[in-house]
Ligand binder design. Structure first.
Ligand code: SF4
Length: 444
């Protein structure tokens, strides 16, 4: 009997082991999980061919998730370095990882990453297709793209970015922009369509793509080839023309039993984020939204993990379910291991801040526990509760004063000016005074 996807099982009323796993991790009833998947409002990217992976659910009823991109560029890095970055990303708390390697021998890089990746792994198959024709985009064709998608699906890739919604008629709209097309996959396909005067091969062969995805339960991540690459290009005709096509492709995926999520911008002014999230949710019938950022300003190179985190918090509050991290190296170079860690932590802060504001069960409890640990000067507990406990501990130790883990203040304000210490003393005095008063009244 043919394997069923998580979506097909959910529709048939069947609870799978993956659904049980995510319901336990999220603290949510498994029937809620099943219903959300059945409606297409949540996805569990879990190709059975990826043997050593944990399960995660993406959707509005669940904790906001974070994706980290790794991958070799043609100028820098090696498979070994990217494997180390994979370890750093997972250690820092990434729920998903995408291998965005480009250049020669991609098959071997991906296989190594897949074998070591204990969270769901995503790819952009057009990169490997391009590597197989030595970077000559004119030699790409539908058969080659389908064969790469099939092979990656057979090897266990859990989700794939497919830029099927960028059509030939959208290209002139994008060329009117300040920055045109900034998606690598989008630019490759736009160039191909223009030079060949043909329609997007992924769009044309969508049924064949879905045949592969349904067979291996690969989750489609509909790429936003026309995401804005600067604030000036945000929310324009090109972006929304592609989004309308993505909305139709979502329905086709669901009809075929294929799990689907939708990728989103990009660079967006803060005041346009809510509208963008709501429009995607409406056009794509609440398919999980997976955003790259959005970055809320273009002028902070070196700090784009922060600009991303600001936009991601708003995005996750208003409609996104999966945040793609941005590292401090964005727009400047290939991220280092430190950049990867900083990027993951920045996105996790955004995800958690939004989950607290969305009043997700269990979210604010961690903050309350942290506040209590601070009042108790329980430094060990504070590090345990921190989103990046390693870094918190290091900073504390760097400026350690006196008693270390037993200290009743830190070097920020110092002993005599520590407000927490003063407050504790105040309440201790208050308790002692009350007890004294009671005793005096009793004696009288
Ligand atoms: S010294 Fe200042 S920063 Fe440090 S624990 Fe006390 S109040 Fe907080």
């Amino acid at each position: 009997m043919a394997m069923k996807t998580q979506l097909e099982n959910a529709r048939n009323g069947k609870i799978t082991p993956a659904m049980v796993d995510v319901s336990r991790d999220e603290g949510v009833n498994v029937e809620t999980v099943r219903r959300q998947i059945a409606k297409g409002y949540a996805v569990v990217p879990a190709n059975p061919g990826h043997k050593n992976s944990k399960h995660f659910i993406v959707g509005r009823s669940f904790r906001t998730k974070v994706n980290a991109n790794i991958g070799r560029s043609t100028d820098r890095s090696s498979s070994r370095e990217e494997i180390r970055k994979l370890g750093v990303a997972i250690d820092a708390g990434a729920d998903f990882v995408m291998d965005l390697s480009v250049g020669p021998n991609l098959t071997s890089v991906r296989r190594q990453i897949l074998s070591k990746c204990i969270v769901p792994l995503g790819t952009v198959p057009v990169y490997e297709a391009l590597s197989l024709v030595d970077g000559d985009a004119d030699r790409l064709d539908a058969d080659l793209l389908l064969s790469v998608i099939r092979r990656q699906a057979e090897e266990g890739v859990d989700f794939m970015t497919l830029h099927a919604g960028l059509l030939k008629r959208h290209v002139p709209l994008a060329l009117k922009r300040v920055m045109g097309i900034v998606s690598r996959g989008g630019a490759i396909l736009a160039g191909w369509m223009t030079r060949k005067n043909k329609e997007n091969p992924l769009f044309e062969q969508w049924d064949a793509v879905l045949d592969i995805c349904v067979k291996h339960d690969v989750t489609v991540s509909l790429g936003d080839g026309l995401r804005p690459g600067c604030l000036a290009d945000a929310s324009d005709k090109a972006q929304f023309a592609e989004l309308d096509v993505l909305g139709n492709l979502v329905q086709k995926c669901r009809k075929r039993g294929v799990q689907v999520m939708v990728e989103g911008p990009g660079h967006v002014p803060f005041d346009q984020i809510q509208m963008n999230m709501e429009r995607e949710q409406a056009v794509c019938d609440r398919a999980p939204f997976y955003v790259l950022g959005p970055l809320v300003t273009d002028i902070a190179p070196g700090y784009d993990h922060i600009t991303c985190s600001i936009g991601s918090t708003a995005a996750a509050y208003y409609g996104a379910s999966l945040l793609c991290y941005v590292t401090p190296a964005e727009h400047l170079g290939l991220p280092t291991e430190d950049d990867v860690r900083a990027g993951v932590v920045a996105s996790r802060i955004a995800a958690h801040a939004a989950d607290v504001a969305r009043k997700l069960p269990g979210a604010i409890e961690r903050d309350i526990a942290m506040a209590r640990a601070r009042m108790d000067f329980d430094w060990k507990r504070q590090f345990e509760l921190s989103l990046d406990g390693v870094s918190a501990r290091q900073r504390y130790q760097q400026t350690l004063c006196g008693k270390g883990r037993k200290a009743d203040h830190c070097s920020m304000c110092g002993k005599d000016f520590c407000a927490v210490r003063a407050t504790k003393k105040l309440s201790e005095n208050l308790i002692a005074n009350t007890a004294r008063c009671k005793k005096t009244l009793k004696t009288k």
